[in-house]
Design a protein around this ligand. Structure first.
Ligand code: SF4
Length: 554
């Protein structure tokens, strides 16, 4: 989940004196870029962010925004556009419960303004009360990108300085490098026992040529993502670009595979799929209304209801039967009916089910012991009739932790848009003019902005008439993602003036260039101020692996 090379949109506007059009203030969607391809080590571009919702199940951040106390401006402006399961993090934030944030960087070059998005997201969560973690993915840089340890050390130092300069509190938070964190490596080993090479083939396209170290760096990343929960399970958010989503999905799967128990809702002894469960729930709710106060609702009644509706349900028969079959056009209903029919006279009652998957015997015994109220024990599971699903989840996690398990929450994630390159096309670390390094001389930063492509029209006259295309403009992105800071009014004013034709690109770029020069000046001054803090970090700034690998740095 390292943030490496923010890329994206293909803004083709050229003019010095700009123009107008739509009224969106969220940075717009990319046009002309590649199709969706989520590759953590590739040069990903995202042509259509909507596809991430449809094809990968990333959820729109707007849906959860109202649950976030004092949302960051990147959230308010739609730069953070998607999430997975951010609700528990927002809830913990609201309730002052423990939660964590973690992200990392593969130190392959200078930190630049794209990386600053993640720095800001970590620092903001830390300010909201999160246990904050920042990591240097040096094993990944060495294994996946082939960097020498000396190169890694040099870049790592630069990332750390910028993170500290932007406000990360190292006394409250944790900074580490993968190679120096034994707990992470031990956890990686454990997680590796639950991961299969076939999955790596499917998710990452690994094949017979992939090095073992590269595979190992994947399980190390999984361990990074779950590391904040080693001492205590807690909701944890991983802020990344959408190209890192494959890592998040795998980490969520592995977190679940490490759990001792899986909790489901059920109605009788057999396991149900989500679709079957919804149908049985519907049948049960209807049967509760139909049955006499003292009548027992049985599985066969549920089958009767699902086959032929409420009229077919016969509570008076000693051995009610289900003669009709469900047609093949509704397989979930047909399989639910089969299961209900097989269960026959078994009572149909809602319950939560604790399924053992990795639970040692003592953990299973402890769980059974600690379930309050009515319960029914089977070989591999136990049903509880007086617990809500939330109570069951909490109890299962408590028992798991008490009996030596991890009790991981599935990690959450938030996704930010990639920044457009200043020269149009994607922003790339390997194209200096396309991005602004946080180490750039402020005058160079000024010049890069002055030379940037824009969303302007061909002539000033056209721009005044039609307005500029702020949604296609890398300069507007600089305002929205960085230069406006927390000042929404200013960002909106720039946008409105642009699309309204009142703002021309020459003056607009001059203003942005001056602000960038000031930002870089200020940032680099702060980097110098925090330099001494590096010595106090609990981290080796020079890797001992240099000598192991034959690198001395001399
Ligand atoms: Fe031009 Fe500024 Fe509008 Fe971009 S935001 S198109 S630079 S006026």
């Amino acid at each position: 989940m390292t943030d490496d090379t923010p890329t994206d949109t293909d803004a083709n506007a050229t003019a010095e004196e700009p123009g107008v059009e739509t009224s969106r203030t969220d940075g717009g969607t990319a046009t002309g870029a590649d199709d969706v391809a989520l590759d953590p080590w590739g040069s990903s571009t995202i042509a259509d962010y909507r596809k991430l919702f449809e094809e990968f199940g990333i959820e729109e951040f707007d849906a959860v925004l109202a649950e976030v106390p004092n949302p960051h401006y990147l959230m308010r402006r739609g730069v953070i556009f998607g999430h997975r399961d951010y609700g528990p993090v927002a809830e913990a934030m609201r309730n002052d419960d423990p939660f964590a944030v973690l992200s990392g960087w593969m130190p392959t070059g200078d930190p630049h303004i794209g990386h600053k998005l993640v720095f800001d997201e970590i620092i903001w969560h830390q300010e909201q009360g999160a246990d904050a973690y920042g990591l240097i993915a040096d094993l990944e840089a060495h294994a996946a990108r082939g960097l020498t340890w000396e190169e890694i050390d040099e870049h790592a130092r630069d990332y750390l300085l910028s993170l500290l300069a932007l406000g990360f509190d190292p006394e409250e938070g944790t900074l580490y490098r993968q190679s120096g964190n034994r707990e992470v490596q031990d956890l990686a080993f454990e997680l590796g026992s639950k991961a299969r090479f076939a999955e790596f083939e499917g998710i990452y396209g690994f094949d017979g040529e992939t090095s073992v170290s590269h595979m190992q760096s994947v399980v190390t990343q999984m361990a990074d993502i779950l590391y904040p929960q080693l001492d205590e399970p807690k909701p944890t958010v991983i802020p990344v670009g959408p190209d890192q989503d494959p890592h998040v999905r795998l980490a969520r799967d592995l977190a679940a595979r490490m759990r001792f128990f899986r909790i489901t809702e059920s109605y009788f002894s057999q396991e149900l799929t989500a679709e079957e469960r919804a149908l049985v729930a519907e049948a049960h709710a209807a049967l509760v209304d139909l049955a006499d106060d003292d009548g027992t609702i049985r599985c066969v009644h549920g089958a009767q209801y699902l086959v032929s509706g409420p009229e077919a349900v016969d509570f008076d028969a000693d051995r009610p039967t289900v003669d009709d079959a469900v047609g093949g056009d509704d397989p979930a209903r047909a399989s639910a009916v089969d299961k209900l029919r097989n269960a026959g006279m078994e009572p149909l009652r809602p319950r939560v089910r604790f399924l053992s998957r990795n639970a040692p015997d003592d953990a299973f015994e402890a769980l059974v012991e600690r379930i309050d109220g009515e319960k029914r024990r089977y070989d591999e599971h136990v049903d509880a009739f007086d617990l809500s699903i939330e109570e069951a989840e909490e109890l299962a996690r408590e028992v798991e932790v008490d009996t030596g398990g991890y009790g991981f929450y599935a990690p959450s994630s938030i996704y930010h848009r990639f920044m457009t390159g200043l020269t149009g096309g994607k922003m790339s670390s390997s194209i200096p003019a396309s991005h602004i390094s946080l180490l750039d001389d402020p005058e160079d930063g000024y010049s890069k902005v002055k030379s940037a492509t824009t969303g302007g029209r061909d002539t000033a006259e056209e721009q005044r008439e039609l307005g500029g295309e702020a949604d296609e403009c890398p300069v507007y992105e600089l305002y929205a993602y960085l230069l406006s800071g927390d000042d929404d009014d200013f960002a909106k004013r720039v946008y409105d003036e642009c699309v309204g034709g009142e703002r021309l690109c020459g003056g607009c770029k001059e203003q942005a260039a001056e602000m960038m020069r000031e930002f870089l000046d200020d940032h680099q001054e702060k980097r110098a101020e925090v330099e001494s803090m590096l010595d106090d970090l609990d981290m080796e700034l020079e890797s001992p692996r240099r000598t192991v690998a034959g690198e001395t740095g001399d």
